[in-house]
Design a protein around this ligand. Structure first.
Ligand code: B3K
Ligand code: ZN
Length: 915
């Protein structure tokens, strides 16, 4: 493996910048074969470095041709500077600068770049005939020579010049202040962004775009223009994003007191994009998949994603843009906080418990796996080779959990005081996670010294809890132990400050007052609480509760109050009790999951030892109870019962009727038995489907509705429950059930129902299913072939199918005319879907799945290293499989490693995985 490809950057090496850029003036002359970029940087030495004698100025820059360079108006000669693959260095700055009182100087630079040839989708590139940019984290250096680091903040004035017919819309950050036309069909627009920002927030767009426009009046009465730019054919898919944006703006005012600052807020949708969206100041650029939504083409899940991502990017205007990161080790400062903000927003817009269940399932399945793998790193990493590899589930999702824990420890009111202080103190600055924690501490008076370890320590802590009741003393002892496994570079772990939210339930399911020994009953401060947050801070602690009249069942880690693995030896009866009695909705769901996990693990053990065990009837009974609740509730709705408040949350019922996923079950084992888990879970599901056949059909019928499609919590819940019932019905693959499914596919008036039916048909294995499936798949493509996002869905539905022959189908899809390896959405919907989410076939014993992925990575690395590195994830987990699979996975990693000219992105992931 070529060692020279990537060097490691360490947090401990951080130094403040030697130079600052106060003003950045840019002019882009966009052309069909090349683009000319003219920059004028008003710079000075950083006064923080007293007596800064730096006489050499190094600017970042890659993949560009330098045309001219001048300093204070004097052109520099080649002996006065040097250029290499990554930088431009000016030597002997003092002499060049001459006498200048304030030390400021003007550096002017003209370069040529080729956006048309840029397949990395970083920097300036073309997507479907339009120019667009992606600069975070280090893409600006592909646009012009610059100090490409987030702690260099500048004002930007940008002029874009382009052919008017081809690119009628020219956008950049801030407000447009001037425009004009040149002879020969060109026009130009100048944009000014008065807010100082790092260059990673710079954006430019030029294209033939149309917009839907709206306005928002802020809490102080300012009117903001809102514009969403898309291709003309997509104008009918922007309303949901616009409503989401306005809701997000209002929510940030109400919950955080944060108001928008510019006069205009723009969103642009592009087809070729490496991730979901980007929060460029005043000009967010979105992957079409995260902005376009229309009931005909978009599922409920995608509607919810649009709402969440629009909000996330908008919230960055404060948590990320007004207050930004000092260096990329602080990435979670903006990402963790902003994910926390967007998840709270979504919770307020829809069903809070369901949102929590979804977030926690995702975290436990995917982030926990990352934390246990070779790329594990703390929320604030100590080092990286390629920062693009650190836009991870740990930075985002675990980072959000860390902020959520601070919220839990401080309470909503103090947390708000803390965020007010943080925003006010650091407005216009580039800061650290430490600054965030200090603001929270100072505003609340809460000591977070120990808590800080969450930022520096990687790995998922394990909390082992056991209870003991002493009837004579009427005491309940809760023993809590914490451990955390070693992670790369961190063999030893220190105890963390873990907020353990809990309650004690009596036999009726009522919460018992939780009085810790030593707390008096009648002092106002320590009034016994029904629910409380225990501060777990030591390796082992015993919490003694006094005046407990009967042996309680503890309800632990309510709302998933910390991102830990909870081990508690509940009996199955206790789990059923919690499922039905716990007043914490999250814990009711969690108990249901734990019961199912427990039963499946028992079945798997039997399966592996060749013995036969039948599933504990408790699980089936639990299903019957949920089904019964769902049916009674649906009947009440059907009978137009008035009291809608009394209705159950149908989305939650759908969650309770879902078995834990194979991916989650896999995460629970050190060595994953891919085939065993699949076989056992399938068999259990078939048994449950058969046992409750009539009830599922009844529920399905009751949940069908003629009401027009609305993407609100009630509508989404109703469709989720109906389609869950349909899935259980189709399991038996009877001709009747398959016909019902096909009829839904044909008659559906929205994409959610059509998609659900098509997925089931695509997975069905029986002979009867085959013609239905073929008919449905071709009709679907026929109807939607002109909608790129729907075609992606069609790809992924097929790539995910667990029918035999999956890999050859995936290869055939890649040969389909609609597939394009340069488009990340297409790559994700075929290669990504198969390798990351079709474990059964990706991990086929033959090892062909592994070889296929390695082949794709080698091709993609030459085109788009970020996407290539991201796709590697399933191979990095080789330690979790049996010896034979391990060998095969490792061999493919080694094959990738031996390629010449690997990108730093892929090099870092491969080398760390093989260590
Ligand atoms: N900040 C961007 C992610 C940039 C990824 C760069 N490789 C989107 C977001 O988190 O909001
Ligand atoms: Zn973000």
């Amino acid at each position: 493996m070529k060692e020279a490809q990537a060097s490691t950057i360490y947090l401990k090496d951080y130094r403040v910048p030697e130079f600052l850029i106060d003003r950045t003036e840019l002019r882009f002359e966009l052309g069909e074969s090349e683009t000319r970029v003219i920059s004028q940087l008003t710079m000075r030495r950083n006064p923080e470095l007293l007596g800064n004698a730096a006489n050499t100025l190094r600017l970042d820059g890659q993949e560009m041709e330098l045309v001219t360079l001048s300093l204070n108006g004097r052109q520099l000669t080649p002996d006065q500077y040097s250029v290499d693959d990554d930088s431009l260095t000016i030597h002997g700055l003092d002499a060049l600068q001459g006498d200048n009182d304030d030390g400021a100087f003007l550096l002017s630079c003209e370069t040529l770049i080729k956006p048309q040839e840029n397949t990395s989708l970083e920097g300036l590139y073309k997507s479907s005939g339009m120019f667009c940019t992606q600069c975070e984290a280090e893409g600006f250096r592909k646009i012009t020579y610059y100090l490409d680091r987030p702690d260099v903040m500048s004002e930007f004035i940008t002029t874009v010049v382009a052919d008017k017919a081809k690119y009628p819309v020219l956008l950049s950050n801030g407000n447009d202040i001037e425009r004009g036309e040149f002879e020969g069909g060109k026009h130009w627009v100048t944009w000014e962004d008065p807010f100082r920002k790092p260059c990673y927030l710079f954006a430019l767009v030029a294209g033939d775009l149309k917009s839907i426009d709206d306005q928002y009046t802020t809490m102080s009465g300012r009117t903001i223009d809102l514009r969403i730019f898309v291709e003309a054919k997509d104008l009918d898919k922007c309303d949901h994003a616009m409503v989401s944006l306005k809701n997000a703006m209002a929510w940030d005012e109400k919950v955080y007191g944060r108001e928008y600052d510019l006069d205009i807020f723009m969103i642009v949708a592009v087809d070729d994009f490496n991730m979901g969206a980007m929060e460029n100041k005043g000009l967010n650029i979105f992957n079409t998949s995260c902005v376009l939504a229309n009931p005909q083409t978009t599922t409920d899940t995608a509607f919810q994603r649009v709402e969440a991502v629009v909000a996330h990017e908008y919230f960055h205007n404060w948590s990320g843009n007004r207050v930004t990161c000092r260096d990329w080790f602080q990435l979670s400062l903006k990402e963790g906080f902003t994910v926390f903000r967007d998840s709270e927003f979504s919770a307020d817009m829809g069903s809070r418990t369901v949102k929590r269940v979804e977030d926690v399932s995702f975290l436990r399945t995917h982030q926990f796996a990352e934390d246990a793998g070779p790329m594990a790193h703390p929320v604030r990493p100590d080092s990286y080779m390629e920062i693009s590899n650190f836009y991870t589930l740990t930075i985002y999702e675990k980072g959000a959990e860390v902020v959520r824990m601070i919220h839990e420890l401080l309470g909503a009111e103090n947390f708000r005081k803390g965020s007010d202080l943080y925003f006010q103190r650091h407005d216009g600055q580039a800061v650290t996670t430490e600054d965030f924690v200090v603001a929270m501490e100072e505003a609340s008076g809460r000591d977070l010294t120990l808590f800080r370890r969450w930022y520096s320590q990687a790995g998922t802590p394990v909390l082992t809890v056991s209870g003991r009741y002493n009837s004579e003393e009427q005491e309940y002892h809760l023993r809590v132990k914490q451990t955390c496994p070693a992670t790369p570079g961190q063999p030893e772990k220190l105890p963390l400050h873990i907020p353990l939210k809990m309650a004690l339930l009596d036999s009726q399911g009522q919460e018992i007052a939780c009085q810790l020994q030593g707390e008096s009953k009648d002092t106002g401060e320590s009034d016994p609480q029904q629910e409380r947050v225990l501060d777990v801070t030591e390796v082992e602690q015993v919490f003694v509760f006094a005046n407990v009249p009967e042996a309680p069942v503890p309800s632990l880690l309510r709302g998933f109050s910390a991102p830990v693995k909870l081990q508690c030896d509940y009996s199955r009866d206790e789990l059923v009790f919690l499922m039905t009695q716990d007043s914490d909705g999250f814990n009711r769901w969690n108990a249901a999951q734990s019961l199912a996990v427990d039963v499946i693990q028992e079945l798997l053990q039997a399966h592996q030892s060749g013995s036969s065990v039948s599933a504990d009837p408790l699980l089936s009974q639990a299903f019957a109870d949920v089904l019964n609740t769902a049916i009674v509730d649906a009947e009440a709705r059907a009978n137009n019962a008035q009291d809608s408040d009394a209705f159950a949350d149908q989305a939650m019922l759908a969650k309770l009727l879902a078995l834990p996923s194979e991916a989650y079950l896999s995460e629970l084992y050190d060595v994953v038995d891919v085939d065993g888990i699949h076989a056992v879970r399938e068999r259990l599901a078939s048994d449950l489907a058969a046992t409750h056949k009539a009830a599922f059909s009844r529920l399905f019928e009751l949940c069908r509705s003629d009401a027009p499609y609305v993407a609100d919590a009630a509508g989404i819940g109703q469709r989720a429950l109906k389609n869950t019932a349909l899935a259980w019905m189709v399991r038996a693959e009877t001709p009747e059930a398959l016909s019902v499914c096909y009829a839904q596919f044909e008659q559906a008036e929205n994409m959610t129902d059509r998609d659900a039916a098509l997925r089931l048909l695509t997975n069905a294995q029986s002979d009867y299913a085959e013609p239905l499936r073929e008919k449905a798949l071709s009709a679907f493509y026929e109807q939607w072939q002109h909608e790129a996002l729907v075609v992606n869905q069609w790809f992924s539905i097929q790539a995910l199918s667990d029918r035999p022959g999956a890999l050859s189908r995936v290869k055939a899809l890649m040969a389909h005319s609609a597939f394009d390896i340069r488009n990340p959405n297409k790559v994700r919907s075929v290669i990504g879907a198969f390798c990351q989410h079709n474990a059964l076939h990706f991990h086929d014993r033959s090892g062909e799945g592994y070889a296929f992925l390695a082949d794709q990575i080698i091709v993609l690395d030459g085109l788009n290293p970020q996407i290539a590195a991201r796709l590697l994830t399933p191979l990095t987990r080789w330690r979790k499989y049996d010896a034979d699979r391990q060998e095969k996975m490792k061999a493919e990693l080694q094959r990738i490693a031996q390629q010449s000219d690997l990108s730093p992105d892929v090099y870092e992931v491969v080398s760390k995985s093989l260590k």
